[in-house]
Design a protein around this ligand. Structure first.
Ligand SMILES: Nc1ccn([C@H]2C[C@H](O)[C@@H](COP(=O)(O)OP(=O)(O)OP(=O)(O)O)O2)c(=O)n1
Length: 122
């Protein structure tokens, strides 16, 4: 059963897993009859569109300090939403491709560590 409450997402789900997001998104699409539109290609295009919306937030701002110290709470909330849209489409894309995104990402981190070993300063 879907639960859309903002309270639920903010307070109950303190620790969110990719599997939880995947399952909730699959339910979201299913109850709306949207599975038919959620092909890998369509989800990829939707993902790219959201990356564009995310980029717009930073467009023309110049360099931005870590932690976004001068941003308003509205700006930060907007950023949270666009980052989430990107994540949610990415999770759905991996799902309809039949891939385990969490495991794949962990494996990639291990590969990255082998490719870029820690070097001690001389
Ligand atoms: N067919 C769809 C349509 C939407 N969503 C979900 C995933 C995103 O989290 C969000 C995207 O919704 P919108 O297309 O309304 O995009 P925005 O939220 O960015 O709204 P806007 O483009 O008006 O800023 O909804 C989805 O899973 N499948």
């Amino acid at each position: 059963m879907e639960n859309n409450s903002y309270e639920y997402s903010r307070k109950v789900m303190k620790d969110v897993s990719l599997q939880e997001l995947r399952d909730r998104l699959a339910e979201f699409a299913k109850v709306r009859g949207w599975d038919q539109y959620h092909s890998p290609r369509n989800l990829l295009l939707a993902l790219v569109g959201e990356v564009g919306e995310l980029s717009e937030i930073f467009q023309w701002k110049g360099e931005v300090a870590r932690g976004l110290p001068n941003w308003t709470s509205d700006d930060k909330e907007h950023l949270e939403e666009e980052l989430s849209d990107v994540l949610l489409y990415l999770v759905q894309l991996a799902d309809v491709c039949g891939l385990d995104l969490g495991q794949a990402a962990l494996t990639k981190i291990l590969k990255n560590a082998q490719k870029y070993p820690i070097t001690k300063p001389t």
